[in-house]
Design a protein around this ligand. Structure first.
Ligand code: E4P
Length: 227
């Protein structure tokens, strides 16, 4: 399973890259805004260079289908590792599947995003998306079973031999990461604070504190013995 960093924060991306954890990065317009990346092109170019050759997903910002195509082509020209996020539907409920198909046929990698149902995953894969992003937190917000959806989606893609990879996003807690991993997600995209929480354990800290303190005591004893 791959781990992507769900962030536009350069420092955090670098930190997890240096830890050997980051296989890629995903963003969306809300993440860019939150992380202070107001110039999308400059921000995306910088992150793409930092993580190259790992993939960076950047989302189109228009609701208009031909505008999406033009924007996607522009984003793809920014770096060789760019992946363009296309929502499966626009805000008016118009499917963006043709945009996905045309881009895929042009050799541009598409991350079909904002997927909340099994049917949407099926359509995104058939249209040619390289990635299908299931928003687990939002699925759960509506009272549905996110791990069940992930399991079903991965099984269906495998059964029919699709190359589309399921990215699980919209992570709200460490349990969501673990459940997505257990459900067979190809990729989980994780906000940096959640990675920190995933690594942490109070008892591990206490355990290490005990070892460090005993190592210091042993050195004191050694010093006493030698004096
Ligand atoms: C990642 O690809 C998604 O854009 C992101 O995880 C969405 O998270 P949210 O549902 O918390 O906005």
């Amino acid at each position: 399973m791959q781990i992507f960093i769900d962030s536009a924060d350069h420092k955090e991306i670098k930190k997890w890259l240096d830890c050997g954890i980051a296989d890629g990065v995903t963003t969306n317009p809300s993440i860019m805004l939150k992380d202070g990346v107001y110039d999308m092109e400059a921000g995306a170019r910088e992150i793409a260079a930092l993580i190259n050759p790992r993939p960076l997903s950047v989302e189109v910002t228009t609701n208009d289908l031909s505008g999406m195509l033009a924007q996607a082509r522009e984003f793809a020209s920014w770096a060789p590792n760019m992946v363009v996020k296309i929502p499966v539907l626009n805000q008016d409920g118009v499917p963006c599947l043709e945009v996905i198909r045309v881009l895929a046929e042009d050799g541009i990698k598409v991350n079909a995003t904002a997927l909340l149902s099994f049917g949407q995953v099926v359509l995104a894969a058939k249209a040619g998306a390289a990635y299908a992003s299931i928003f687990a937190g939002r699925v759960a917000d509506e009272g549905h079973d996110a791990p069940g959806l992930i399991r079903k989606a991965v099984a269906w893609l495998t059964r029919w031999g699709y190359a589309t990879k399921v990215i699980v996003g919209s992570i709200r807690g460490v349990i969501d990461i673990q459940e997505a991993a257990a459900a067979g997600a190809h990729v989980v995209t994780i906000p940096p604070p959640m990675l920190q929480k995933m690594a942490d354990h109070r008892y591990t800290r206490d355990t290490v504190r005990g070892f460090v303190s005993d190592a210091a005591k042993a050195l004191e004893k050694l010093a006493e013995k030698r004096s």
